[in-house]
Design a protein around this ligand. Structure first.
Ligand code: SAM
Ligand code: DTB
Ligand code: SF4
Length: 332
């Protein structure tokens, strides 16, 4: 696989004034004839990006299981019996070795995830060391640690964290049916603190949790109307894990997943839209449609946090088959 360095997307979304999107306008996009929607998404995509370049992020769970939040989709919540053990945090050397391996395999960004409602001060000390060490390898760094205080945001900024992932997950109207241990405003507050500190935002959501089309449009409206909208937008297809309240959620029509990607691309033209969880269950054809709809980032590596992801061989073969190549963002 060849690597292409940044020639496109030189401008951060923060340099442009957001258009305000109503939920109704976004719902209208969702209802466009499929070909019209994809054509519009592809046009938008080509205005801002090399359409054949895809950004590769590798995830590592640095602290798994036993989380005190009750997120209905999540195998790591202590409220659900999923067989995921409550493990202690990985040590710094193990994390750096995993990052080195990810880099050798072609990933440009390394994302460290922890099953926390929020990190404690002691946890932060190790996380900061990890961020600095991974950054020293020359990789982009991302962390997802739950809610953050201003102090913790500041420490991450000083350590040089490039991206903070914190998802809105779904529309405000549906949120209470999925999570009861924190509210939507808590999530928005953390995003605001991260944004203020100048750390790039990675924020998206999950589809296929039984939300209505209006609620799916409501999630996209929340993200697109953040001013500025996130630099990185992961769109996850629910991974239905046995033992979670959503284990029997009705499977989303794959074409509706593709539509969600297209609508994210149109409403957040300069964001990196990530085709995130749920790829293992997706055919190559559906993934190709997602790329056509404007997805230009994937999680790369055999494991997400606790569930599987396509093998790297399969991903390399897919990209080759589509004439696509990894893209490395330059540090903003
Ligand atoms: N605990 C932190 C938090 O919730 O922000 C960080 C880790 S948490 C696992 C990160 C994200 O993973 C969640 O916000 C959710 O969007 C996604 N996620 C978790 N379980 C999932 C599942 N079963 N299917 C799809 N996405 C999932
Ligand atoms: C995101 O939006 N998706 C990733 C990452 N951010 C942290 C997590 C997906 C988790 C899927 C379930 C699991 O593997 O536990
Ligand atoms: Fe905890 Fe994050 Fe899972 Fe929610 S999504 S239970 S906060 S690890």
């Amino acid at each position: 696989m060849q690597t292409q360095t940044a020639q496109f997307n030189r401008l951060s979304p923060s340099l442009e004034q957001n258009k305000h999107w109503s939920v109704a306008e976004i719902e209208t996009l969702f209802k466009l004839p499929f070909a019209d929607l994809l054509y519009r998404a592809q046009q938008t995509h080509r205005e801002h990006f090399d359409p054949n370049a895809v950004q590769l992020s590798t995830l590592l769970s640095i602290k798994s299981g036993g989380c005190s939040e009750d997120c209905g989709y999540c195998p790591q919540s202590a409220f659900h019996s999923t067989g995921v053990e409550n493990k202690k945090m990985l040590d710094v050397a193990t994390v750096v070795q995993a990052a080195r391996t990810a880099q050798q395999n072609g990933a440009g960004r390394f994302c460290m995830g922890a099953a926390w409602r929020e990190p404690g001060d002691e946890d932060m000390r190790s996380v900061l060391e990890m961020v600095k060490a991974v950054r020293d390898l020359g990789m982009e760094t991302c962390a997802t640690l739950g809610m953050l205080s201003e102090d913790h945001v500041e420490q991450l900024r000083e350590a040089g964290l490039d991206y903070y992932n914190h998802n809105l997950d779904t529309a405000p109207e549906f949120y209470g049916e999925i999570i009861t241990t924190r509210d939507y405003q808590d999530r928005l507050d953390t995003l605001e603190r991260v944004r203020k500190a100048g750390i790039n935002l990675c924020s998206g959501g999950i589809v296929g949790m039984g939300e209505s089309l209006t609620q799916r449009a409501g999630l996209i409206a929340q993200l697109a109307n953040l001013n500025p909208y996130p630099e990185s937008v992961p769109i996850n297809n629910l991974v239905r894990v046995e033992g979670t309240p959503l284990e029997n959620a009705e499977e989303l029509d794959p074409l509706d997943f593709v539509r969600t990607i297209a609508v994210a691309r149109i409403t957040m033209p300069r964001a990196r839209v990530r085709l995130s969880a749920g790829r293992q269950q997706m055919s190559d054809a559906v993934q190709a449609l997602c790329f056509l709809a404007g997805a230009n980032s994937i999680f790369y590596g055999e494991q997400l946090l606790t569930t599987g992801n396509p093998e790297m061989e399969r991903d390399r073969a897919l990209l080759d088959k589509l004439g696509m190549y990894p893209f490395k963002d330059t540090r903003i």
